[in-house]
Design a protein around this ligand. Sequence first.
Ligand code: F3S
Length: 754
Amino acid sequence: MLFDLDLIRKVYEALPLKVMAARNLVGRPLTLAEKILYSHTFTPATRVLERGKDYVDFAPDRVAMQDATAQMALLQFDTCGRSRVAVPSTVHCDHLIQAKVGAKEDLGVAIDINREVYDFLSSISNKYGIGFWKPGAGIIHQVVLENYAFPGGMMIGTDSHTPNAGGLGMLAIGVGGADAVDVMAGLAWELKMPKLIGVKLTGKMSGWTSAKDVILWVAGQLTVKGGTGAIVEYFGDGADSLSCTGKATICNMGAEIGATCSVFGYDEKMSAYLKATGREEVAAAADRVREHLRPDAEVYANPAKYYDQVLELDLSTLEPYVNGPFTPDLATPISQMAAAVAANGWPDAVEVALIGSCTNSSYEDISRSASIASQAKTKGLKVASEFTITPGSEVVRFTIEKDGYLKTFDEIGGIVMANACGPCIGQWARHIDDPSRKNTIVTSFNRNFAKRNDGLASTHAFVASPEIVTAYAIAGRLSFNPLTDKLKTESGQEVMLDEPKGFELPPRGFDVEDPGYQAPAENGEDVQVLVAGDSTRLQLLEPFPAWEGSDLKGLRLLIRVKGKCTTDHISMAGPWLKYRGHLDNISNNMLIGAINSYNLQTDSVKNGLTGEYGPVPATQRQYKAAGLGSVVVGDENYGEGSSREHAAMEPRHLGVRAILVKSFARIHETNLKKQGMLALTFANKEDYEKIQEDDTIDILGLTDFAPGKQLTMVFHHKDGSSDKIKVNHTYNRQQIEWFKAGSALNLIRKQFAN
Ligand code: F3S
């Protein structure tokens, strides 16, 4: 048994009382999201948590990490001094496998070139009690849905499509690695109390329409920003009519509208899925607290009163959608697609049709798609496009092979890729004659930004349901509407494709020989974490030094950044991705994208020791070698973008002592605090102008560092004059202890050492 039944039972035992307490506190009926949020606060809520305003400490039940983000998360966890993770956690090897020839060969190549990363993740998982899913086992979200998600639970995952588990009634939220470390170490996890968007689904889908079309429609309504800071909760008879995996598809793509996560209430479909995936006990336990795993009845009756925004959709009127190109919210109903193709000049020829990914590779998706694929043969149709299938997990792959669907795809020329992210994350060696030629691909994935799938700006990527993508593979034209259009057979006859038919769950059950799971050691004390001393991709972390106990004097100005400075400017992605597990090597990208306000160039700053201009990381390394700390000065909303902790760890590693800005993006500010940095803001924003390129800097008041109390900074100019300014901070008592200890992890380590 992979899931933690004791934990789930404990959650359910406490649920009725916690929900009642929350209802009393709030003084009204509750939505499902509120029930889960209030029942997962780190300490019981004592006042109403204001949506969109209050920052709340939560205690998630689980953590999941994919291989690209798990590296730094686990390197940090390795230094925290805990002998085991505090909550059930898993690692999934899915992002580093490139789709090139086919599943078997591609998996072999990936295991070879990523061996040291896999060995590290496997050994560190083994040591600290983390479940390890080997390369080939499947994509994180599908594996979580099949094994771990449970109604009414809360989890975090180091991947933005973690909300997929909302299909099984779980609040599942994508986070950065540092957040995962906190939860694995047993600390609270902070989130701004989300707003709530209710989506009422009525009616029943039929024919070519599928669950994917619900979220494609919602994306069109709300746009890519419409869900920001909100949980999307689906309810109504229509919601209950959707399969569990269909619900997961909808929740998965909530990430495309910026939602914190999405969720459905517990119902018969979820119960059936739990039973089909070997979790009868979870279904039975959930049945006993069923009323607490759905919104209160009054919420259905008057949703506008309980949600910040409500959308309503009658599923019986919904037609298939095709969204794109370049953005997932450009939603076109299939009946208007031919006109849209002509009006926008989108390339009509579908060159590659790709089904699968974490979004759409359920048994239902595959069986319905196979029912379309099989018609190519029976009706004498030629398949016009390249066609690939990426199963979401080995369980799905094995079962669909056993049930004959892979053979069906094979017979029309479909190529089965490894159970991994592959083309969805750009891990795709696409074969194309002219990379600059405008071309169209259609996928059943979730994202379709320029270059996402194949790195080509010329590719127009559209997303649709796997059934529609399969129909496109056969027709080869984006303007084709399978609901109304005929196709010509090889003998010249005109035929139509029949509606897709499939099974929500495999009639003969799921099956698998080797799911690809490695259980951790019972006692990992003697397990060695495998990192080669000369590795360029992995490096064990040394704890950052504690604060020296005095004011900081004689610091150098490293850079005064002008304008936008996102986490990408601070720690670029692209070719640097391969160093995500090696802090020293990835630090060579520190701030190389930021603009120096004195010369308006990137990666060129004046070295205070030599007077020469040079790259930012090299200059900072010289300061570090000379035993000098430094300060980075920034503009507004410094550190916006991703929650990548490297953007805070790199300056910390290279010896920057403080980041002083006009304003911070909240997550980056917290990340800096966690890493023991001083994250400071100008009390008077105009003081930014007083700072000169050759300044040396003192930070005063640290011996009395206290919440709400300003610090003082002195900028000593080259001409002998100086400017003394006040700076603000938002450190609470706990965070000041992080600073003093050198990092939040150092503090945890101290606690576990005692
Ligand atoms: Fe992987 Fe794409 Fe899903 S990258 S986790 S298959 S969104």
